[in-house]
Design a protein around this ligand. Sequence first.
Ligand code: 3H9
Length: 709
Amino acid sequence: MNSGANAQVAAQVTREQHGDILLVSIDNPPVNALGVDVRRGLLEAIEAADADPAVKAVLIVGAGRNFIGGADIREFGKPPMAPALPDVCNRIEASTKPVIAAINGVALGGGLEVALSAHYRVALPTAKFGLPEVALGLLPGAGGTQRTPRLIGAQAALDLMLTGRHASAKEAERLGLVDRIVEGDDPVAVGLTYAQELLDAGAPVRRTRDAEALADRAAQSAVVEAARTDTAKKSRGLFSPLKIVDAVQGAIDLPFDDGLALERKLFIECLDSPQRAGLVHAFFAERETAKSPETRDAKPRAIASVGIVGGGTMGAGIAVAALDAGLPVTMIERDDEALARGRKNVEKVYDGMVKKGRMTEEGKTAVMARWSGSTAYDALANVDLVIEAVFEEMGVKKAVFAELDRVCKQGAVLATNTSYLDINEIADSVSRPQDVIGLHFFSPANIMKLLEIVVPAKVANDVVATAFELAKKLKKTPVRAGVCDGFIGNRVLAVYGQAAQYMMEDGASPWQIDKALRDFGYPMGPFQVSDLAGGDIGWATRKRRAATRNPEARYVQIADRIAERGWFGQKTGRGYYLYPEGARIGTPDPEVDAIIDAERERAGVTPRSFTDEEIVRRYLAAMINEGANVVHQGIALRPLDVDVTFVHGYGFPRYRGGPMKYADSVGLPKILADIREFAKEDPIFWQPSPLLVELVEKGADFASLNQIK
Ligand code: 3H9
C-alpha cells in the first residue's frame, strides 16, 4: 500500500490517495453524523475522484469507533443547508469509479444510506446496521426506502425500517446488505484490501438503484399490504410508520427517481410533524438526563456485586435487572420461606423467557448461578452496592439500614428503593450518610426503563456517579431527583391523579377519562393503571396522608369506597372495572357507577358532561403545573428531566416529547390561562406554579431552562 498526496476537503472529511484508491475518511465525533460539512466533504471527494484519472476506486470509511451514526439530528427543524443528503447519496451512486464502503461500528439511518449508495460494502464483524429513523418520527430520507427494498426485498426492508432495530454484521450479510464480512479491527486496512481485490478482478460500478430484488412485484406488493394492515393496528397514533409503508410501496410501483421524489415528499411531511419534534426532544433529553452535575468530576466506585434486601415483586425485578447485566446478586430475606419465594420470583421471569423461546434452559441455569440468597445480613459483608426493597414503612427501612450499617464493608453504596419516604431521614439514621442514595425503580423493575436517582443532602458525589454508572450497566434511563414526597414522578402523579378523580366526581366516567387519555397517546388510562397496579397501594398512601391533608382541600372518596370493598383491580377480579375470569381488559361495572352516583350525591355535585378534549386539558394542566413546581423547587434539574420521567415511567406518549415539551408546543400562556380558569372553581387545587407564571411573564418557555446546570 503506497500512500499518495494528502488533501483536506473539509475539516470533517479527509482524502488520501493509496495507490489507485482514494481513501475518504469521515471524522466528525462522536458518531460521524452527516452534518453539512460532512455532506459537503463527501460530495467534493466524489467529484474529485471522478475527475482524477489517478483514482480508480473510492473507499469511504468512518474514523473512530463508527462508520456513520446517521444524519445530524441537531439540524432537524433548522433551515436546510445544501447539499442535501439525498443529493450526496445520488452523487456517490452515480460515481463512474467503484465506490466501496468499509463499515465498522454503526451504520445507521443516513449512514446506512451512504453505504447503500456505494457500489460495494464490506463490514467488520462488530458492525451494526439499522434504519432507526422511525424512532425519531421520520423515515429513511436519503434513498433508504427505495434502495433497501431493491437490495434485500420489501419484507426485510420494512422490518428494519418499522422496528428501527440494529442488525448484526452476520445478519446484514445474510440479508444482502453487505457483500462480505472481514475479520479485523481497522476498516481502512480491510477496505483497502477489499477495494484492491475488486480492482484486480475488474469489478464494475454496481448501483443499488438497478438491483433486481423487486422483480416479483405482485409478491412484494402483498408483503407491503400485509405490513400496512399490521402497522395500522400497531402504530397507535404514530405518524411515520404508515409513511414508511407508502414509500416502500412506491419503491415497488415507481421508477427509481419517482420513488425518490415520493420518499422526499413523505420525509418532509414527517420532518414537519410535531411528532418528529417530540421524538427528537426525547432523544436528546434521554441523553441529557444521563449526566448529572455530580458525575462531572467524581469517579464512580467499582460495582462488581450487588446485594438486594427483599425478594418481593420489586426486589426480584431489580435482581433480574442486575443479573441480566452480568452482576452477581445476593438476596436477603427474613426467613427460608420468604427467601424461597424470592428465588421463585426471580426464576419466574426467566421461566417465562424460556417458554417464549427467548432463553435456553442452560442460559437460565447460567444466570441463576450468579444468584445467591441468605437470611443473614452478614452475607452482604463484601458486596459493593446494596439495594433495599422492603416494605414501604420508615421503621422497617431504618431497621434494614441499621443492619446494612453493621455488616457492609466501608465504601459500599447503600441504596433504598423507597418511592415516597424521606431518604435524608434514612441516611441520618446510619453512621455513613455519605453512602446512602435513592434508587427508585419502577415495576416491573426488569422491564421499565426509568430509574429515579434520588440524591439526599449528605451523599458523596462519587456515590451519585456510581448510581449513574449502575443505570448504564442495567440499561436504564436515569433521572436525577431531589428528596421530597414522591420525588419527581409520584409527586406529580399524585396531583394529576387527583385531577382525574375530580373529573370523575364532576361527571366523567372512568371509562371516558381512560379513553380520552388513550386517544391522547397513553397505552392505558389512569383507572386502568390503578386496576393493574392494585388499588390497595394508593389506598394505603391516602390513609397515611389523611392526617396531614389540608382539611379545606377537596377530597374525592370514590376510590376509598371501591377499595373498602376489597376491589383492588385485576388481582381481585374487580376495581374500577370488572375483570371476569382473569380478563386483562376491564369492562365498565354498573356497581361502580352506582358508587360514583352515590358519592356525587353525598358531595352535593350535580354531574355535568366533559368533552374528551377538556379531560385531556385538565389532566395535562395539572401535570404540567406540578412539573413546573418540581423544577422550581430543584427536585428536577430541568423541565426535560420531568419529560424523561413521564415518558419512561408513566406511559406519557414519547412522540409528544413529555409533558413539559407538550406544554411548550401548546404555549405556556394557554396552559396558565386554563389553570386560572379552573381555579375559579377550586382555587386550592389549581394554584399556578410560580415558575409557570414567571415564564409566561417573560415570554419564555420550558425549553429555555433545559441547559445543563
Ligand atoms: C437520519 O439519518 C435521516 C436520514 O435518513 C435522512 C436525512 C435526509 N446526530 O447515544 P450516545 C450524539 S435520522 C447528532 O450517548 P452510544 C448524542 O446526542 C438519524 N448527534 O452514544 C450524544 O451526544 P452527547 C438516524 C448524535 O455510543 C453522542 O452522540 N440515526 C447522533 O450509546 C453519543 O451518543 C439515528 O437515529 C446523530 N445522528 O450510541 C442514530 N447520534 O455526548 C441515533 C448520536 O452530547 N444515535 N449523537 O450527549 C444512536 O442511536 C446512538 O447515539 C448511537 C451511539 C448508537 C449512534
